[in-house]
Design a protein. Structure first.
Length: 348
């Protein structure tokens, strides 16, 4: 009798695992298909349409007056950058939210993106930086602010609400720095900074896409290796330690990887609002509560591609930065999350 019960329990567990794995494969495949579809829409449609045969002729090296330049120097690098930015921010947000077990713990909520913004604005307003110099300044600012947040919140282990509250405090300070500098500079310089602060893919180029791709070639494998420790930390520090996870070392590695992903994405496109915040929870809901960095990356890519296309084509004659569109989507989601968290006793 005992053997039969054990076999029955094992069969139930095995069946549940197969269903879960099948759902993960189905959702991941569907999200990948959505990315491919939106990638094609971004390149072929819009204010300047390109036929499918012409697109493949251009890729083969044929020169089509007007079309070749628009596709190769504008649409294609923009779409490629959108995918990489969305994927990087999606993974970064999922790492923070899972590691700290709080849906509010994303780089754009806890001050890392604001650190990049403040540093970039300092570069533009104080030092007259442009182009790559602005991106490098943003990257440095994100890393410095993240380090400061970690050091100030690590007493007793950098986890939970302590790190989030310290991050929110840094976000407020960095935002005040940005506002002060914007009010102290001339209108022309302020307008240049404002374009960057909104988060935009208008300045996407093969140089920026290449730099971002090289960064992701290092960071994505690191995130994949650390994903196992992330699953342990999701269960809590004591349980993770009991499973053999080196809690502080794993958390530091995940923190560095998540910060670097958010920093390089922000350096490439500016602070695109709420992508890191939205991607993880949406992916988790699609997967029935499971955490998946790959699904979060695909959700982020889908959101950025869709938001960029909508911002460029939704209103005739008006091109909205992608950050404006994602901000309009993310703000209601944040309010909904706060309301539902309070309702179940998990919020402030």
């Amino acid at each position: 009798m005992s053997a039969l019960l054990e076999k029955s329990a094992a069969a139930v567990v095995s069946s549940a695992r197969r269903r879960s794995a099948r759902r993960v494969r189905t959702v991941t495949t569907a999200l990948a298909g959505a990315v491919v579809l939106l990638f094609a829409v971004s390149i072929l449609l819009g204010t300047y349409t390109v036929t499918v045969p012409d697109f493949f002729r251009i890729l083969a090296g044929e020169q089509i007056p007007g079309a070749t330049y628009i596709v190769m120097e504008s649409k294609l690098p923009r779409a490629v950058t959108a995918i990489m930015v969305g994927a990087a921010l999606g993974i970064a947000g999922s790492i923070f939210q899972t590691m700290l077990r709080n849906p509010l713990a994303s780089p754009d909520i806890i001050g890392i993106s604001y650190g990049a913004s403040a540093s970039a604005v300092v570069g533009i307003v104080v030092f007259g930086a442009t182009g790559t110099a602005v991106s490098l300044s943003a990257l440095a600012g994100a890393l410095v602010v993240a380090l400061a947040i970690y050091l100030l919140s690590r007493q007793g282990g950098a986890a939970g609400y302590r790190l989030i509250l310290v991050g929110i405090g840094f976000a407020a300070v960095m935002q005040a720095v940005v506002m002060f500098l914007m009010t102290r500079t001339d209108v022309r310089t302020a307008s240049q900074a404002l374009v960057w602060l909104n988060g935009s893919l208008n300045s996407a180029s093969w140089d920026r896409a290449g730099a971002l791709a090289l960064s992701l070639l290092v960071l994505l494998p690191a995130a994949a290796v650390l994903a196992r420790q992330l699953r342990g930390l999701e269960l809590g520090d004591d349980t993770a330690a009991g499973l053999g996870v080196r809690v502080e070392a794993s958390r530091l590695g995940l923190l560095v990887t998540g910060v670097a992903l958010a920093a390089v994405a922000t350096a490439a496109s500016g602070p695109v609002s709420f992508i890191a915040f939205l991607s993880g929870p949406i992916a988790r809901r699609l997967l029935g509560g499971r955490q998946s960095l790959a699904a979060a990356a695909l959700v982020g890519a889908v959101i950025v591609l869709a938001a960029d296309f909508a911002g460029s084509n939704l209103v005739p004659g008006v091109s909205l930065p992608v950050g404006v569109v994602t901000g309009a989507l993310g703000a209601p989601f944040l309010l909904w999350l706060l309301v539902t968290s309070n309702r179940v006793g998990r919020g402030g």
